[in-house]
Design a protein around this ligand. Sequence first.
Ligand SMILES: Nc1ncnc2c1ncn2[C@@H]1O[C@H](COP(=O)(O)OP(=O)(O)OP(=O)(O)O)[C@@H](O)[C@H]1O
Ligand SMILES: Cc1ncsc1CCO
Ligand SMILES: [Mg+2]
Length: 294
Amino acid sequence: MDDETPNHRQHQAETAADGEKFESWSQLAWAHLEYVRNSSSPPLIQCITNFVSMDLVANVLLSAGASPAMIHSVEEIPDFTPKVHALYINVGTLTPAWLPAMKKAAAVANESKRPWVLDPVAAGASSFRLKACLELLTLRPTVVRGNGSEILMLFNGTANANFKGADSMHESTDAIEAAKSLARTYRCIVAVSGAVDIVTDGERVVGAKNGVPMLQKITATGCAVTALIAAFVAVTPSQPFEATAAALSVFGIAGELGMCSAGGPGSLRVHLIDALHGLDRTAVLQRVHIANVS
Ligand SMILES: Nc1ncnc2c1ncn2[C@@H]1O[C@H](COP(=O)(O)OP(=O)(O)OP(=O)(O)O)[C@@H](O)[C@H]1O
Ligand SMILES: Cc1ncsc1CCO
Ligand SMILES: [Mg+2]
């Protein structure tokens, strides 16, 4: 990567706010959304994600002010990945053909000093998938976000005959110790979604208590919130712990506001995107609910 490209210089300027201190989680969360929205060029997020999630992921990123690019062929990665502000890898519809592109993209992101975020969908559904997730973890993602069952699977390291699929069989709080251990082992941020979203760097643990249960009835909301984490980490790459908690809370608030006008999962999907797009400072400052977990 030529670090003197105009794209890179501009990004350095946009992240000058990185390191800024905030008095509260709510102010920090609002600042992250503003950084994404007000960047002189929207944070460019390369998404190598599953077929089910592509539409929702792209629309959630756009409604937050980021720019999604679903570019996943291995041939394009050397040219494209160095130009992105963050990379998002999601193994939801993994095949052997996709894995080399994921590994190549992670390696190029690392070489180019770009943050990258992993969503280990259904890790543990098969030994192929679990091995792939563990190999990706060794490529040092900045953040890993999964549901409780996925994070427990990564921690246990063996595929489980009882593992059901993409939906969690566990509460996020069941996976706190597993998340802390993974964060220490792989020196990354680990987030576990659920009724309370857990975020840890291996030492600190916070819980973000936003969102509505109906989010679980829309496929790929987990995939979409992981993409939002990538967008938030893109604007404050030296504070991935804070960016991750902020993204989970902001997405949850969009779900809460969307639910006020929704009649069920179908309309919540639409209202969630509208709410994220229209989210204002007052709503964020009033609703962010992030606290330490002991
Ligand atoms: N009981 C709940 N109450 C409030 N919000 C919830 C609840 N369960 C999940 N959520 C929220 O729903 C979103 C998706 O989380 P979930 O744990 O369902 O992800 P997931 O299982 O990976 O989903 P998918 O694989 O379908 O993308 C997150 O923003 C999370 O905070
Ligand atoms: C349902 C489903 N299956 C593979 S990926 C995916 C989207 C939610 O993770
Ligand atoms: Mg998931």
